[in-house]
Design a protein around this ligand. Structure first.
Ligand SMILES: *[C@@H]1O[C@H](CO)[C@@H](O)[C@H](O)[C@H]1NC(C)=O
Ligand SMILES: *[C@@H]1O[C@H](CO)[C@@H](O)[C@H](O)[C@H]1NC(C)=O
Ligand SMILES: *[C@@H]1O[C@H](CO)[C@@H](O)[C@H](O)[C@H]1NC(C)=O
Ligand SMILES: *[C@@H]1O[C@H](CO)[C@@H](O)[C@H](O)[C@H]1NC(C)=O
Ligand SMILES: *[C@@H]1O[C@H](CO)[C@@H](O)[C@H](O)[C@H]1NC(C)=O
Ligand SMILES: *[C@@H]1O[C@H](CO)[C@@H](O)[C@H](O)[C@H]1NC(C)=O
Ligand SMILES: *[C@@H]1O[C@H](CO)[C@@H](O)[C@H](O)[C@H]1NC(C)=O
Length: 369
């Protein structure tokens, strides 16, 4: 019995799992396969850095071939891996084969190509091409999945009316406090004024959680409030050249802030360009991410509504934009804070007085009787 497997094919054209040579597959007799089980959906989207895994399992008829082959219609778009497991069944003469395929997009795909779609298939192998083989196929589109969006972590729409109507919402960016639209932004996240802040987001397909957003983002306040700054300078963030900033990016007055700084024109400051781009590294570094680095620092309390965009082009094919609100609160005035030792001291004294009172009462009562 001879068996061989080609598990890795870099160009992703075709993989054959050869069968046992004792299976007699005649030139003119088509192999008889009973069923091809699989978990392949008719359609997939592949975003940046993602991988699709599917399996297909062949159950042949007795003594029949169980070979499966995989392939793609456009090898310049997709790469795939297949691994295979054979198993015998209750019927000794039926040997099943389960292949698992891992599919990724090729690095450095030509972005200007119109269609980023390729078919991937797994089918029963047959030496005679005219045989009709069991087959499963799917279309894989490389690009932004529909309904993909980002959402602030722990977003909630309930129970914040009271919070918003409390008198401490003094400095809102709205003319009137009741202009704040809970249905649009959800409840604002609460932060203390001396707490450096970085918003956290998750990626969703409709309501389905996909992964956390770790990539670089930019923010701008919806109503132009500017009483906040960033905690790091470009130098402290580790920039090798001056980073992009709102001042630099918004100097084209024909574009709104929403259009002026995007994934398309984003440049990282961590890749040193030529020596001529040296300049001032002491300005604020206005790009934030969840894993560290620059944070927001507040200079005035109140309600802020931010727009946020993921600018890192390596994170997703989608333009990920959303809004969120932050309620920045001042700590309660110092006078209200009662020192711990005072509380403990008072409790000790009161317990002592109670004990004495009880003792005297008991003494007195004994004397009475
Ligand atoms: C194929 O499998 C190997 C090891 O299991 C893995 O390192 C590689 O990334 C896989 N390739 C694809 C296209 O999934
Ligand atoms: C085929 O293999 C995959 C991965 O090992 C497994 O998840 C799947 O359940 C198997 N299918 C069948 C029908 O056994
Ligand atoms: C990308 O595709 C376009 C259109 O098909 C073609 O004109 C261009 O030369 C390609 N670029 C590269 C780097 O292959
Ligand atoms: C993939 O898409 C093409 C047309 O875009 C269609 O003809 C084909 O049937 C589709 N394949 C599957 C498996 O849905
Ligand atoms: C409101 O914000 C402004 C600056 O935006 C600040 O000067 C002022 O002190 C703030 N008022 C209160 C009551 O916090
Ligand atoms: C910004 O542009 C995106 C599309 O690029 C759009 O979905 C979003 O609603 C815009 N936001 C604002 C505040 O205009
Ligand atoms: C997050 O930002 C810091 C600098 O503020 C940077 O060093 C780091 O590489 C960034 N992380 C990601 C995932 O881009």
């Amino acid at each position: 019995m001879v068996a061989f497997c080609m598990n890795r094919v870099s160009s992703g054209v075709i993989i054959i799992f050869a069968a046992l040579s004792s299976f007699s597959v005649g030139q003119n007799t088509c192999p008889k396969q009973k069923v091809l089980l699989h978990n392949v959906s008719p359609q997939y989207y592949l975003d940046k850095g993602e991988r699709i895994e599917v399996w297909a399992k062949m159950i042949p008829e007795a003594w029949q071939d169980n070979r499966l082959i995989g392939g793609v219609s456009d090898p310049s778009l997709l790469l795939f891996n297949m691994t295979s497991v054979q198993a015998s069944t209750a019927f000794k003469e039926v040997i099943t084969r389960n292949v698992t395929a891992a599919i990724t997009s090729k690095p450095n795909i030509n972005q200007s190509r119109a269609s980023h779609k390729s078919e991937f298939f797994i089918q029963a192998f047959s030496e005679d091409a005219s045989c009709e083989a069991l087959r499963v196929a799917t279309n894989i589109s490389i690009g932004c999945p529909p309904y993909r969006h980002i959402q602030p972590r722990r977003l909630t729409f309930l129970g914040c009316n009271e919070l918003l109507s409390r008198s401490q919402v003094v400095n809102t960016s709205f003319e009137h406090e009741n202009e704040y639209d809970v249905h649009k932004y959800g409840c604002p996240q609460q932060v203390k004024i001396d707490e450096p802040f970085v918003p956290e987001f998750d990626l969703y397909d409709k309501d389905q959680y996909v992964r956390a957003v770790t990539a670089n983002m930019i923010m701008w306040e919806e109503n132009g409030r500017s009483s906040y700054k960033y905690s790091l300078t470009m130098r402290e963030a580790g920039c090798l050249k001056p980073a992009q900033s709102w001042k630099k990016m918004s100097n084209n007055f024909l574009l709104s802030l929403n259009e002026s700084w995007t994934r398309e024109n984003y440049q990282s400051c961590f890749e040193a360009g030529d020596a001529t781009t040296r300049g001032d590294l002491d300005a604020q570094y206005q790009i934030v991410n969840s894993t560290g680095g620059s944070r927001l620092k507040w200079t005035s309390p109140g309600l802020y509504v931010f727009n946020v965009r993921v600018v890192d082009p390596e994170f997703s094919y989608c333009d990920l934009v959303t809004q969120f609100a932050v309620l920045v609160q001042e700590p309660p005035p110092g006078g209200f804070v009662i020192p711990t030792f005072l509380v403990l001291g008072c409790s000790c004294v009161s317990i002592f007085i109670i004990l004495i009172a009880m003792y005297l009462t008991v003494e007195y009562c004994i004397e009475c009787t």
